[in-house]
Design a protein around this ligand. Structure first.
Ligand SMILES: *[C@@H]1O[C@H](CO)[C@@H](O)[C@H](O)[C@H]1NC(C)=O
Ligand SMILES: *[C@@H]1O[C@H](CO)[C@@H](O)[C@H](O)[C@H]1NC(C)=O
Ligand SMILES: *[C@@H]1O[C@H](CO)[C@@H](O)[C@H](O)[C@H]1NC(C)=O
Ligand SMILES: *[C@@H]1O[C@H](CO)[C@@H](O)[C@H](O)[C@H]1NC(C)=O
Ligand SMILES: *[C@@H]1O[C@H](CO)[C@@H](O)[C@H](O)[C@H]1NC(C)=O
Ligand SMILES: *[C@@H]1O[C@H](CO)[C@@H](O)[C@H](O)[C@H]1NC(C)=O
Ligand SMILES: *[C@@H]1O[C@H](CO)[C@@H](O)[C@H](O)[C@H]1NC(C)=O
Ligand SMILES: *[C@@H]1O[C@H](CO)[C@@H](O)[C@H](O)[C@H]1NC(C)=O
Ligand SMILES: *[C@@H]1O[C@H](CO)[C@@H](O)[C@H](O)[C@H]1NC(C)=O
Length: 355
């Protein structure tokens, strides 16, 4: 009988442990109930979603292409592969095609003119650069901004030999330029002045692309060869909820920020800017989901109190000083040894530091 009891106890403990692990996983849901939140190893957090009941609006519709390996998440509004979705930043990383313009000695050319159209989202002007590579390269970047305003920029690079090309992207062999705020779409076109005629032996192709800052480092020794094998490079897009800032959105029925979250103005373009949501300090999770922002148990996460007992509370915590310690007036996380007013009888106290 005793033996059976022990076995049951062990089983019970194991079951409890398993339940706890499941609970920890389920604590921070990323998708609406009943919706898939993964495509390959990419997490797709709401407002994005796979399927009509799973995304907030059609702008956030994602398809998971199961015929590729690894699986690829495709943005439904535009045929773009999504690499990553950044919930707190209101950004996503996509894979965008590199433009090329190749020549051979017979005078044949081979080129591509990739384009990207992302309305209602925009291409981040702070996180991307436009870069062109080549020794007979004339790169044109043409786009439209949110207000239907046309925008053209570009850069050129001409050089006679690889030895003259510097290690950094400084205009010889490689040139770069910023892109404007609020860009909705663009095309990239490459051209040459001399058909690469005198440089075919070392530079038959030019390349141009928008790329996430820091994800491409120019080197004359490797970049030309690397780019001949590179189809796509990462680009950062901005996304946001709705049109109009927080003070307007908060009055609407479809206001997206749920309990324990706050509204943050996106402010990408001056007029048409929407908002994103953040969990309040002391909370974590997905602010767009019902009960998505959940209390952080600071006491478990970081053991913040010294010489005191930590007590968690919704959105906060407090330190209850141990006996013989009192609050350090300025640092509310540490309790210091009590200096007895009356030297003969040191008293102990339990002090509530803050709520
Ligand atoms: C998961 O992501 C990593 C890095 O993004 C990638 O290298 C890996 O192939 C992915 N694995 C699967 C199964 O998709
Ligand atoms: C999935 O990917 C394959 C291979 O890239 C492509 O041919 C196909 O059109 C894609 N399917 C969808 C639904 O996007
Ligand atoms: C044109 O592109 C194809 C495929 O990318 C490549 O195999 C071919 O060599 C290129 N031709 C020239 C002239 O660069
Ligand atoms: C870019 O946007 C403009 C204005 O909305 C439109 O006329 C143009 O066709 C778009 N270009 C692409 C490549 O989507
Ligand atoms: C470049 O090639 C084009 C078409 O093959 C030709 O019309 C043009 O004259 C060439 N330009 C130079 C500078 O060789
Ligand atoms: C680039 O290649 C040249 C010659 O092959 C070599 O001297 C130089 O050290 C290389 N630079 C880098 C950064 O690898
Ligand atoms: C948005 O940003 C611009 C420039 O950074 C600034 O002038 C403007 O006041 C900002 N608007 C809001 C609502 O924060
Ligand atoms: C309280 O803590 C701060 C920082 O930890 C320290 O600089 C300060 O001296 C402490 N105050 C007292 C009264 O001990
Ligand atoms: C604790 O003190 C820090 C500064 O010392 C302050 O920023 C923080 O808001 C305080 N926390 C609470 C919950 O009062």
């Amino acid at each position: 009988m005793q033996f059976i009891l022990v076995v049951i106890l062990v089983l019970f403990t194991l079951a409890a442990a398993a339940e706890e692990a499941v609970a920890a996983e389920a604590v921070l849901p990323q998708a609406k109930p009943g919706c898939t939140y993964r495509c390959g190893n990419l997490t797709i957090p709401y407002p994005f979603g796979i399927g009509p009941d799973c995304y907030m609006t059609k702008d956030f519709s994602v398809r998971c292409n199961t015929s590729t390996k690894p699986l690829t998440a495709m943005w439904d509004a535009s045929p773009i592969a999504i690499n990553n979705i950044y919930l707190a930043e209101g950004e996503m990383q996509i894979a965008q095609y590199v433009a090329y313009d190749c020549y051979d000695s017979q005078g044949w050319t081979n080129s591509s003119e990739p384009w990207l159209a992302v309305p209602p989202f925009t291409i981040s002007h702070t996180r991307n650069k436009f870069i062109a590579i080549g020794c007979d390269a004339y790169a044109l970047f043409r786009g439209y901004r949110a207000d239907e305003e046309r925008y053209v920029t570009g850069c050129m690079s001409i050089c006679d030999n690889l030895d003259s090309v510097e290690q950094s992207c400084s205009g010889v062999g490689c040139c770069q330029t910023d892109i404007p705020r609020g860009l909705k779409n663009y095309t990239v076109r490459l051209d040459s002045y001399y058909n690469h005629t005198y440089i075919l032996d070392f530079n038959p192709c030019s390349y141009a692309f928008i790329v996430e800052e820091g994800k491409f480092t120019f080197s004359p020794n490797t970049s030309f060869k690397d780019l001949s094998n590179t189809e796509k490079l990462p680009t950062i897009l901005n996304w946001e909820i709705g049109e109009g800032p927080c003070d307007e959105a908060q009055k609407k029925y479809d206001y997206a920020c749920k309990a324990n979250s706050k509204c943050v103005n996106r402010n990408i373009t001056d007029e048409l800017s929407g908002y994103i949501c953040h969990c309040q300090p002391g909370y974590q999770g997905n602010p767009y989901l019902l009960d998505g922002c959940q209390d952080i148990d600071e006491c478990k996460v970081s053991k913040p109190c010294t010489n005191g007992r930590c007590e968690n509370s919704p959105g906060s915590y407090s330190c209850l000083c141990d006996k013989g310690y009192r609050s350090n007036g300025t640092n509310n996380q540490s309790c210091i040894k009590e200096v007895p007013k009356n030297i003969q009888s040191p008293r102990s106290c339990s002090c509530l530091l803050y709520h």
